[in-house]
Design a protein around this ligand. Structure first.
Ligand SMILES: [Zn+2]
Length: 230
């Protein structure tokens, strides 16, 4: 099934009462076309006068790009609800799926016979199947530990990320490319300088047909007649 907004909201309300004693706040709901995640909760972090962080303004996203068995969609919704439970109660976990997350997950799995897992990313096999050609803005970087990395820019944020990559201390050198290799479909596009490790062989293989991006003052050239301007 491909979940609709109504379906996600109905499941959220059902599980909130059943598994979370109705304590979860109502987030904004969105159906996403994302290829890189099945579900995601985003939030805003504010700092109080006393310097304490406060999480709020939650957006609950479920991707409907893939046609999945209903139990997997349900487990994805529950997985995201556990994140929301932790953040909305202003708790801090030891990592993204740390001790708190695992405790709650195991508890729900046991009590309700679910099979929620910590990882619900697309599998490597799914990624290999994604062969659609799209234009990617790829920053390739050499890190100070000798490893290689890639960062993909959201098309609307290229200029911003271009500036940001210049200031990452771990990066020894980097260069930008335009690539249509489907290999890059698996990486999320962002406006943060998050670097994904990759081997040199993978890089060489998938950058064969890439075109270097050139920056001239306040413009970035992506091909002979197409530019991004600040
Ligand atoms: Zn998660």
């Amino acid at each position: 099934m491909k979940p609709t907004l109504d379906y996600v909201v109905a499941k959220f309300n059902e599980y909130n009462a059943l598994c979370f004693e109705g304590r979860l706040p109502l987030p904004r709901f969105q159906i996403s076309q994302a290829r890189t995640f099945m579900g995601k909760v985003s939030y805003k972090r504010t700092r109080s006068f006393w310097g304490r962080c406060h999480y709020g303004d939650f957006v609950f996203r479920i991707s409907n790009r893939r046609d999945l068995p209903e139990v997997e969609v349900e487990d994805t919704i529950l997985h995201e609800m556990i994140h929301l439970d932790i953040m909305s109660s202003q708790q801090r976990d030891s990592s993204a799926h740390g001790r708190l997350f695992r405790e709650k997950m195991q508890d729900i799995n046991r009590r309700f016979g679910r099979h929620i897992t910590v990882s619900h990313r697309l599998t490597a096999a799914d990624q290999e199947k994604d062969t659609e050609r799209r234009r990617h803005l790829v920053c390739v970087s050499l890190l100070n530990n000798g490893r290689w990395g890639v960062t993909l820019a959201a098309h609307t944020r290229l200029y911003e990320l271009w500036n940001r990559m210049d200031r990452v201390p771990e990066i020894v050198s980097h260069s930008w490319y335009l690539s249509t290799d489907p290999f890059f479909n698996r990486f999320p596009r962002s406006c943060t300088a998050k670097v994904y490790h990759i081997t040199k062989e993978e890089l060489d293989r998938h950058l064969k047909d890439a075109k270097p991006l050139v920056r001239k003052g306040h413009a970035i050239q992506i091909s002979c007649n197409s530019w991004y301007v600040e």
